[in-house]
Design a protein around this ligand. Structure first.
Ligand code: NAP
Ligand code: HSE
Length: 427
């Protein structure tokens, strides 16, 4: 038996999907009894050179695919909201199954699209939207049947991890590393989505919806990207034996969710410090399984194509674990997960008063200084707080001489998370 597929988009992801479906079709038939065949491919520009042979398959007219009754499965790899949203909605409404890699679409409209899918007895699958090749959504579906999962977090953007790795280990400039990430097909069409933390934010919203059964408005989560990290900061961070990573995290407590996306310092003995290049690492904590760390390639043609084809196989096997019923809205709260901070402040040599002011403040706050340096008017330090972490950061942010504040994750995420509630202060 054959099943016809309509592919929307033939960029990085679409090409990976095309390569895998055409080269592994026989294996897919052996395992599922169904041979997948791509009948049409939607693109924007018909004259663009392609990496795969697709004569006769390309179209610029979406209706040729969406209205084709023979096509039973749509794979969406266009990206962005419009027209992807309209296409996915139309496909699901007519009972076609949809697989998408589009995290922005699922983070913002996943709830509505899921309802349409359910109403029309269609599958809506989005494994490739989070963690690239890592089969994380599939695993969460299974794990949450037996466990209460209260923490999900980690490194979930390949582009930023690639940039930070290359800047740290090979001395590349930010611009050079970003350009490479774009050439390798890791970055979003607008790379601001990566470097300013939006991509990680969308993925975190999808993960939290899956793990906690809540619908999380994306604008309720605090977000900070990597675009303001300076070489000066990187030098100190390296010198003191830390790595910097874009960290996304969600933690459920009794009456709310703490969540955020931000660059953090990690010590060398923390597993996240060894997650380099395009790799992602996603940590889950459950009351029975304890802790899992899932590691794999977070972006790129074949890794992402692989996640899409895994969804295709699930559909062919009719494998679908139903989502639990959504629980009532839980507020997103502001909080911290650490008592240790990296700060850098700049004072002109003659403005010694500014430096004195900050040192006096740190003394009043009873912080202990773990590392520090004073060079050419720049005071840089890693400081450890005793309590009142959020009040501390709020106050720090108001001191104009302070140019950088990063949180520091300590040795072991499990230990930190168990200390978490001690340090949380609700605003
Ligand atoms: P891409 O390389 O920019 O490819 C986009 C494709 O969509 C292109 O083939 C383009 O056509 C087509 N397209 C764009 N706008 C269109 C429109 N209005 N009508 C018809 N076709 C249109 O993007 P990508 O990197 O493959 O990413 C696609 C999606 O997958 C995004 O949601 C992204 O976040 C997600 N994703 C990407 C990766 C990754 O590693 N890149 C990993 C996981 C998820 P032309 O080729 O003619 O320009
Ligand atoms: N731009 C995304 C990243 C693609 O770099 O992680 C994978 O979702």
């Amino acid at each position: 038996m054959k099943i016809k597929i309509g592919l929307l988009g033939l960029g990085t992801v679409g090409t990976g999907v095309y390569k895998l479906i055409t080269s592994r079709g026989g294996h897919i038939r052996e395992s599922t009894g169904v041979y997948p065949e791509i009948k049409k491919i939607l693109v924007k520009n018909l004259n663009k050179p392609r990496k795969v042979k697709v004569e006769g398959l390309l179209t610029q007219n979406a209706e040729e695919i969406l209205k084709d009754k023979e096509i039973k499965i749509i794979i969406e790899a266009i990206g962005g909201i419009s027209p992807a949203y309209e296409y996915v909605k139309e496909a699901l409404s007519s009972g076609k199954h949809v697989i998408t890699a589009n995290k922005e679409l699922i983070a913002k409209h996943g709830e509505e699209l899921n309802e349409i899918a359910e109403k029309n007895k269609a599958f809506l699958k989005c494994e490739a939207s989070v963690g690239g090749a890592i089969p994380i959504l599939h695993q969460i579906d299974r794990l949450k049947i037996t466990d209460e999962i209260d923490f999900v977090g980690g490194i979930i953007n390949g582009t930023t991890n690639y940039i930070l790795t290359k800047m740290t280990t090979e001395g590349r400039s930010y611009k050079e590393a970003l350009k490479e990430a774009q050439q390798l097909g890791y970055a979003e069409a607008n790379p601001d989505y990566d470097v300013k933390g939006f991509d990680a934010l969308y993925k975190l919203a999808i993960l939290m919806r899956k793990v906690f059964n809540i619908n999380v408005p994306v604008n309720s989560i605090t977000r900070k990207g990597i675009d303001e990290i300076t070489t000066q900061d990187l030098n100190y961070i390296n010198k003191w034996g830390y790595k910097i990573k874009l960290f996304a995290w969600g933690k459920k407590v009794k009456d709310g969710i703490f969540a955020g996306v931000e660059p953090v310092l990690v010590e060398e003995n923390n597993i996240l410090s060894r997650i380099n290049d395009v790799n992602n690492a996603i940590i889950l904590r459950g009351d029975s399984f304890g802790e899992y760390v899932f590691v794999g390639k977070g972006a790129g043609e074949l890794p992402t194509g692989d996640a899409v084809v895994a969804d295709l196989i699930d559909i062919l096997l009719n494998y679908n674990i139903k989502d639990n019923k959504r629980i009532n809205f839980l507020p997103i709260r502001q909080g911290s997960f650490t008592d240790t901070f990296y700060i850098r402040l700049e004072t002109h040599k003659e403005n010694i008063l500014g430096l004195k002011k900050v040192l006096k403040f740190l003394k009043e706050q009873k912080v202990s200084i773990v590392e520090s340096s004073y060079e050419n008017g720049t005071f840089t330090a890693i400081v450890k707080m005793k309590k009142s972490v959020e009040t501390f950061t709020e106050k720090l942010e108001k001191i104009t001489e302070i140019k950088t504040i990063f949180k520091v994750l300590q040795e072991d995420i499990t230990e930190e998370v168990s200390k978490f509630e001690d340090f949380v202060e609700v605003i």
